[in-house]
Design a protein. Structure first.
Length: 326
């Protein structure tokens, strides 16, 4: 299948592209490089350096490459930034994504896998979260992702689109060539490992008095390869139906302190920490139930162990101390 991967030069998108190509698909990476990295693009893929606001560029990418389906990962994705600058998030995540849908409609492409977020649930009343639980986002980031999910539903009714929307929390880990490198970095595992590598001073732990086993927040962490596999697997349902799936690590999740302790064991380094006040809106526990995608698509995460996740991320950071800079 010929697949367009928007945001394919980003952390998750680059690994999705790897998995598509390894599965025998043809991949076209469509990325503006405003956040992504040219060095993250698999050399086997076709690369188009454009953004979602370029209507002609979208049309050409879809038609010139005879695209049959789209995996849509291009988005602004920082919760705090979305609160400070909601206009940017509505422009990128809603308006830009609708331009993509309209270009697909014009070009006769009606299949899309959408990289959504479990942030659409907001602060859920129970754990783990099911796909049928209420959606009540607490940030413009989650709100814009949900808005596009709802648009997909209406496009299905009106135009016969088929979509799979994947809701997840925290991708982590790395492949041999693709790892996590953001500026600024806000995700826990790369921050922990960068601290271990001496790139930062102390690591801030936001709250140690939550009602959890060790007092720190508990979250889902999924190896980026397992996450990418779910995106590729989701393509198989699009001939027949649409679906929404949660993606979670299963079990009880991992606490911030557990991540730090595991990183110390993996790296053999001291990781200095300091306790900071809780961040507003941080729930004690966020875990997504992923039984639906396991039973319907046979998704079986292979790298679920936290030590394996952190080891892969550490190996990549050691071999790429300056990220994708040559």
């Amino acid at each position: 299948m010929n697949v367009l991967v928007t945001g394919g030069a980003g952390y998750i998108g680059s690994v999705v592209t790897e998995e598509l190509l390894n599965d025998g698909h043809q991949a076209v990476v469509y990325d503006s490089l405003c956040k992504g990295h040219r060095g993250a693009v698999d050399p086997r893929a076709t690369f188009v350096n454009m953004g979602l606001q370029d209507d002609e560029g979208l049309w050409d990418a879809l038609t010139d490459n005879q695209i049959e389906a789209v995996i849509h990962l291009a988005a602004s994705s920082l919760v705090g930034e979305s609160v400070e600058d909601p206009a940017r998030y509505y422009d990128n995540n809603v308006i830009g994504s609708l331009r993509l849908l309209d270009a697909m409609l014009d070009c006769g492409v009606s299949k899309i896998v959408f990289s959504s977020t479990a942030a659409v649930y907001g602060e859920p009343e129970k754990q783990p979260i099911l796909e049928t639980d209420p959606t009540n986002p607490t940030s413009p980031y989650g709100e814009t992702k949900l808005a596009f999910e709802r648009a997909l539903g209406w496009y299905e009714r009106a135009y016969g689109f088929r979509y799979a929307s994947l809701r997840y929390f925290n991708a982590a880990g790395a492949t041999e060539r693709c790892g996590e490198w953001h500026d600024p970095e806000t995700h826990l595992i790369p921050l922990v490992l960068q601290t271990a590598a001496g790139m930062h001073g102390e690591l801030a732990v936001y709250g140690d008095d939550y009602p959890t086993r060790d007092g720190t927040c508990v979250r889902d962490y999924i190896h980026v390869v397992d996450l990418a596999r779910a995106h590729v697997l989701a393509l198989q349902i699009l001939d027949e139906r649409s679906a929404i799936y949660n993606l979670g690590c299963g079990g009880e999740g991992y606490s911030v302190q557990k991540v730090i302790d595991t990183a110390r064991a993996v790296t053999g380094r001291n990781i200095p920490t300091s306790v900071a006040p809780r961040r507003a809106g941080d729930p004690a526990v966020l875990i997504a139930n992923s039984e639906k995608i396991r039973s319907e698509l046979g998704w079986q995460p292979e790298f679920q162990d936290l030590r394996v996740i952190i080891q892969s991320a550490w190996d990549w950071l050691v071999s790429h101390p300056h990220g994708y800079e040559v």
